[in-house]
Write a protein that binds this ligand. Structure first.
Ligand SMILES: Nc1nc2c(ncn2[C@@H]2O[C@H](COP(=O)(O)OP(=O)(O)OP(=O)(O)O)[C@@H](O)[C@H]2O)c(=O)[nH]1
Ligand SMILES: Nc1ncnc2c1ncn2[C@@H]1O[C@H](COP(=O)(O)OP(=O)(O)OP(=O)(O)O)[C@@H](O)[C@H]1O
Length: 211
C-alpha cells in the first residue's frame, strides 16, 4: 500500500484544522476575554498504529478509511470542564465540517477511568484530484484529563495493553483524583480568572515599559 499517498489528505486535514482551531484561541485573545481553549494539538495516526488497530478490530484493508475514524486526530485542551461544553457549542456552529458522532466520556467515563469529550467529523479537503471528504476525530479535554490520559497511554504502551491489575486500580484512583481537581478548580474558577487577567495586564505594562 502507498501509505504516503493515502495519508496525504489526512496530513492536510490535520494541518488545516490545527490552524483553524488555534485561531479560535487567538480571537479570544484579541478580545481580551477568557479563551475556553488552552492549546490545540494534532497528529496523523502512525501507520503501525493504523495496522494494529485494523488487526485488533478485524478491519480489512479496503475498509480502513471508513472504519478507523481517528487517522486524522485533533485535540483541544481546556482549563475547566465547562470550557469543554463551550468549545462544543462553538464547534457545532461551524460550517466547515459536519459532526457525525459525539461521545461524552465525561458524563460516562470509560472502564479505564478515561475522561474526554470526542466528536467525529466529516471534513472536506481540496486536493489536485478534487474534493475528498474524510473523517477526523476531535478530542476535547481538560489539562487534568490530558495529564492522566498521557500517562495512562505511556503505561499502556509499556505493558502492550496488558496493564497489571494493581496499576490499573491505581490509575483509576488517579483518574478520580484528576476529576476532583477539575471540580475544585471549577469552584474557584472566578478567582483563577481574575488572577490571570491581572497577570496579563501587568505583563502588557512591563512589555510596553521595556520597549
Ligand atoms: N489514554 C487513553 N486514551 C483513550 C482511552 N480510551 C480512549 N482513548 C482515546 O480515545 C480514542 C478513541 O477512543 P474510543 O472513542 O473508545 O474509540 P474506539 O474506536 O471505539 O476505540 P479504541 O479502540 O479505543 O480507539 C482512542 O484512540 C484514544 O486516543 C483510554 O482508556 N486511555
Ligand atoms: N485526536 C487526537 N489528537 C491529537 N493526538 C492524538 C489524538 N489521538 C491520539 N493522539 C496521540 O497520538 C499518538 C499516537 O496515538 P495512537 O493513534 O497510536 O494512539 P491511540 O489513539 O490511543 O490508539 P488506538 O486508537 O489505536 O487505540 C499518542 O501520543 C496519542 O496520545
Amino acid at each position: 500500500m502507498n501509505w504516503e499517498a493515502i495519508l496525504a489528505p489526512y496530513t492536510q486535514a490535520v494541518d488545516e484544522l490545527k490552524v483553524k482551531l488555534r485561531r479560535m484561541r487567538a480571537q479570544y485573545e484579541y478580545e481580551s476575554s477568557h479563551s475556553p481553549i488552552e492549546f490545540v494539538t494534532g497528529r496523523v495516526k502512525p501507520v503501525s498504529s493504523i495496522l494494529e488497530k485494523a488487526r485488533r478490530k478485524g478491519i480489512s484493508m479496503d475498509r480502513i478509511e471508513d472504519e478507523i475514524q481517528d487517522i486524522a486526530g485533533l485535540r483541544i485542551v481546556c482549563q475547566f470542564v465547562d470550557d469543554i461544553y463551550a468549545v462544543m457549542e462553538l464547534l457545532k456552529r461551524r460550517n466547515d465540517f459536519e459532526i457525525i458522532e459525539e461521545k461524552d466520556y465525561i458524563a460516562e467515563k470509560k472502564e479505564s477511568g478515561y475522561r474526554s469529550y470526542h466528536i467525529i467529523i466529516k471534513y472536506p479537503v481540496e486536493t489536485i484530484h478534487g474534493e475528498k471528504i474524510l473523517l477526523a476525530e476531535i478530542q476535547i479535554r481538560t489539562l487534568a484529563m490530558n495529564f492522566w490520559a498521557t500517562n495512562e497511554h505511556s503505561i499502556n504502551y509499556k505493558y502492550s495493553g496488558q496493564i497489571p491489575v494493581d496499576i490499573k486500580r491505581r490509575l483509576k484512583r488517579a483518574a478520580e483524583a484528576a476529576f476532583r481537581l477539575d471540580e475544585e478548580m471549577s469552584s474557584i474558577r472566578n478567582e483563577v480568572q481574575e488572577a490571570q487577567k491581572i497577570f496579563k495586564k501587568k505583563q502588557g505594562q512591563d512589555h510596553r515599559k521595556n520597549r
